[in-house]
Design a protein around this ligand. Sequence first.
Ligand code: SF4
Ligand code: F3S
Length: 391
Amino acid sequence: MESSCAAAGTHLTRRALLKLCIATASALAMPVSLGPLMAEVLATRKRRPVIWLSCQECTGCTESLTRADAPTLERLLFELLSLDYHHTLQAAAGEAAEHARLRTMSEYRGEYLLVVDGSIPTGAGGGYSTIAGVSNLDLLRECAATAAAVIALGTCAAFGGLPIAAPNPTGARDVATLMREGRIPARPLVNLPGCPPIPETIAAVLLHFLVFERFPELDELNRPRVSYGATVHERCNRYHHFVEGRFAERFDDEGARRGWCLLRLGCRGPLTHNACPTLRWNQGTSYPVESGHPCIGCSEPGFWDRGGFYQALHSDPGYTQAAASTAERGETLFDDNCVYCHLPSRKPFRTASAEIPALLRSGNVRAHRFSFTDAQLTDLAEYLKTLEKQP
Ligand code: SF4
Ligand code: F3S
């Protein structure tokens, strides 16, 4: 019979905990050998209390969580965390619910995690959204003051989402802006944007915090680099069609049927940072672009205000930059790996640039100890093509 992790107060078997930790280490691009160590640490930890505030939102983030499958998010929430206050999931109501929140805040001062979904309305003295007669802004200010850290979950909490779209009638703000403006206490903050965010991303970040007591490395927008460090475009399964200039022009044309690039149908993948192509949705089944729909940029700042969903991106300055960066990324790869032996003078290879990815993939090139991903090979070929065009 398998033992369970009684010290952590969970009913997870050791094997299930180990599996969860290995999956998390892999999702966070950490060595999987860390999995057993993480499991050991977690087995000795008490369940960490969580206060979850839902502000101006649609409950989609919670919906996404409760339907998650791997790595068994319900187990993470209910067996490794103690979800003490959650507007949608809590059994308690009215005063009993508010007492639970206040008790957690006083007994676990500086220890509980604060999760926020939804944007925070600041107009009309906070009157657009209140809980137990208290405005979302006041509730957030009070709960953030003694929290160990804050997780802004979903695009609304991270960047304002739909409620902040012009003309922003409720004076909606995101959590980071309120911290910057000094309207709520500044606490360690991670943004997990997405409408909704990917459950596996949420689980990995929570588990990282439980084990290491801090968030994984973040980018300039407070997003975990490991999940949001690349665009949907860079990891897209249709990327080779983009590079080779094959685009669907209508949703029912031959290009759409053959799985060509959806850029001309409004795809925002080149501007959207998220891990959808690698983690996928619904137990790793698929993601919007793979299913035939353009990425609508649901995890980016400016979601809703940055042009129509089916409008091609050509006029967006961000897109021009992203498209240009294909060859630029190739040049960086070249400088980091190839330039020592090849082409210090940057004259073209004898082999045509278009054939170089296949040549490198074949493994027939001697003395190459590095290996490139398919996307990197495409970038490299794009850069080498620019050399061919030079006089
Ligand atoms: Fe994929 Fe969209 Fe990029 Fe085309 S534009 S390669 S469909 S992410
Ligand atoms: Fe959102 Fe685009 Fe992923 S619309 S779900 S970020 S593919």
